[in-house]
Design a protein around this ligand. Structure first.
Ligand SMILES: C[S@@+](CC[C@H](N)C(=O)[O-])C[C@H]1O[C@@H](n2cnc3c(N)ncnc32)[C@H](O)[C@@H]1O
Length: 313
């Protein structure tokens, strides 16, 4: 597979979940390499519309090479937390038939050593989805204090050895700045207790550390909370929200958001008459959907994917 490829996960369930109308307006808030978007487009007629958003300039550039001739498509380089503004600017508030969020990083981001996301490939320790904004992971690690680092590792990475790793990072950076992915990976390996090496564990010991720092550097959870909150006004009645998450922190946010938006707030629950603004805004459609064994066998990224679907009321 080329380093530019990304196999879309849970494609069938996403397309069914969006309940695509041929002349509908769909927003892919995490366009990536457009795997889901291209399949959505196949189901749209000439009056359909697709807006793809991605904060990664490489994602937009790669799609621009193949999709610019399609008058139904518009690509926006930006964060999905700006969804409301993008949609207002296009006078589409309350007119969007489906919003897809396929969270996290794409295969090309992970595969390219220069992006600095992977502990398996040596490269500059960057990890920004948009390399033109914010600080790199290396810069972030140079100044974060030990307590904050421990908090990030244990909260965003659910890393058991957060304290040891934070201590090791702070000790290492006193000698020299940590600027390469391989350096950070080696610090983590030396900080956590064996058996890594003796009995090779399923996951590399730096997996959770890299995940946690990536989430912090890209402010991923705040982005998610923000775009979810904005999705309500953007969607038309009957419009669908489909969110694929890849770890429990994200999934918890999505699950809670959909649950809370699908019932009245506490003081109004069970009351015979509820003011309009406090009525449920969403209906949850089914339970979380996970990939089947054959998809996981063909695409390892699918193993931790969870799709949740809700409908605007
Ligand atoms: C898992 S990939 C999406 C793959 C896509 N569904 C496909 O099939 O090609 C996630 C993409 O979302 C982008 N992304 C992640 N968080 C974002 C955010 N807050 N705003 C905009 N794009 C984001 C990443 O840059 C990445 O390209």
């Amino acid at each position: 597979m080329s380093s530019n490829a990304h196999v879309p996960v849970l494609l069938g369930p996403v397309l069914r979940g969006l309940k695509i109308k041929p002349d509908g307006c769909y927003v892919d808030g995490t366009f990536g390499r457009g795997g889901h978007s291209r399949e959505i487009l196949k189901q749209l007629n000439a009056n359909g519309r697709l807006i793809g958003i991605d904060r990664d300039p490489q994602a937009i550039a790669s799609a621009a090479r193949t999709l610019t001739d399609d008058p139904r498509v518009e690509l926006i380089r930006g964060v999905c937390a700006q969804l409301g503004t993008f949609i207002r600017d296009r006078e589409l508030v309350g007119k969007v038939d489906g919003l897809l969020l396929d969270l996290g990083v794409s295969s090309p981001q992970l595969d390219e050593a220069d992006r600095g996301f992977s502990f398996l490939r040596d490269g500059p320790l960057d990890m920004r989805m948009d390399p033109d904004s914010g600080v790199s992971a290396s810069e972030w690690l140079a100044s974060v204090d030990e307590k904050e680092l421990k908090h990030v590792l244990s909260k965003f990475g659910e890393e058991r050895h957060a304290a040891r790793i934070a201590r090791a990072v702070v000790a290492a950076r006193e000698n020299a700045p940590i600027v390469r992915t391989s350096e950070l990976a080696a610090i983590v390996v030396s900080a956590v207790p064996a058996p890594y090496g003796k009995h090779r564990p399923v996951k590399h010991p730096a997996t959770k550390t890299f995940q946690a720092i990536r989430i912090a550097v890209n402010d991923e959870l705040a982005q998610l909370e923000s775009v979810l909150a904005q999705s309500i006004d953007v969607l038309r009645q009957g419009g669908r929200l489909c969110v694929i998450s890849f770890h429990s922190l994200e999934d918890r946010i999505v699950k809670r958001f959909m649950r809370d938006a699908s019932r009245e707030p506490e003081p109004y629950r069970g009351m015979p008459s509820v003011p309009d603004e406090f009525r449920p805004k969403l209906k949850v459609i089914g339970k979380a959907i996970t990939a089947k064994a054959d998809e996981i066998a063909a695409n390892r990224r699918a193993r931790s994917a969870r799709l949740r679907i809700a409908e605007r009321l």
